[in-house]
Design a protein around this ligand. Structure first.
Ligand code: 5GP
Ligand code: MG
Length: 183
């Protein structure tokens, strides 16, 4: 698997020390409040697991499964694989995703959640791509700003592979081409 990586953007140690800082910020913001964290699957599973274990608050955690990417391109349409969302009456919601790219995903989820009685809705992403977003959406907590490149690892996939890499990196052209042929 490592031979498919052209370069590493963020080493595991870099990610984890940033998570310490983010966890501090989140704990300070939500101390004494009723919070439900929503993990946007599949991409955020590693980020959420590492981040939330650093937040010393009695959080509730829920998951939401959506997809908008096919291969290395966003489709612009966000598909919800699960529709039975809980009510968030009198709770603060923190939405966690792996990456903010075009903004379609967080925009679509935010719209769904806004009718469910949450006291507040904030968003947290590990990565924010430096692109002109198709949707006006900003993240409240951001791990790293990265250039506009397709990245994999630490939860992020290419054709459902490479999520288990412990770092964030960029694939070789050869690995991307091979993925297209196999699809
Ligand atoms: P958006 O809806 O903001 O365009 O993109 C959000 C979703 O697209 C993310 O949750 C992620 O699944 C996927 N995505 C966006 N950029 C990348 C990328 O560089 N690599 C991977 N693997 N997924 C991405
Ligand atoms: Mg995703």
């Amino acid at each position: 698997m490592l031979e498919d990586i052209r370069k590493i953007l963020l080493h595991e140690s870099t990610i984890l020390s940033r998570l310490d800082e983010m966890a501090h910020e989140i704990a300070d913001a939500y101390r004494g409040k009723d919070v439900t964290v929503i993990s946007v699957l599949n991409g955020s599973f590693i980020f959420v697991a590492d981040l939330l274990r650093r937040v010393p608050l009695p959080l509730q955690v829920d998951c939401l499964s959506v997809s908008s990417y096919h291969g290395t391109k966003t489709t612009g349409t966000v598909t919800f694989r699960q529709t039975d969302l809980a009510s968030f009456q009198d709770r603060h919601v923190l939405l966690i995703d792996d990456i903010l790219d075009s903004g379609h995903t967080l925009h679509a989820i935010g719209e769904r959640l806004s009718e469910r009685g949450a006291l507040s809705i904030r968003t947290c992403v590990l990565l924010r791509k430096q692109v002109t977003r198709e949707r006006e959406i900003s993240a409240d907590y951001v791990g790293f700003d990265i250039p506009n490149e397709f990245v994999v690892g630490y939860g992020l996939d290419y054709m459902e592979k490479y999520r288990n890499l412990p770092f964030v990196g960029v694939l070789t052209d050869d690995a991307i081409a091979r993925g297209r042929v196999e699809a």
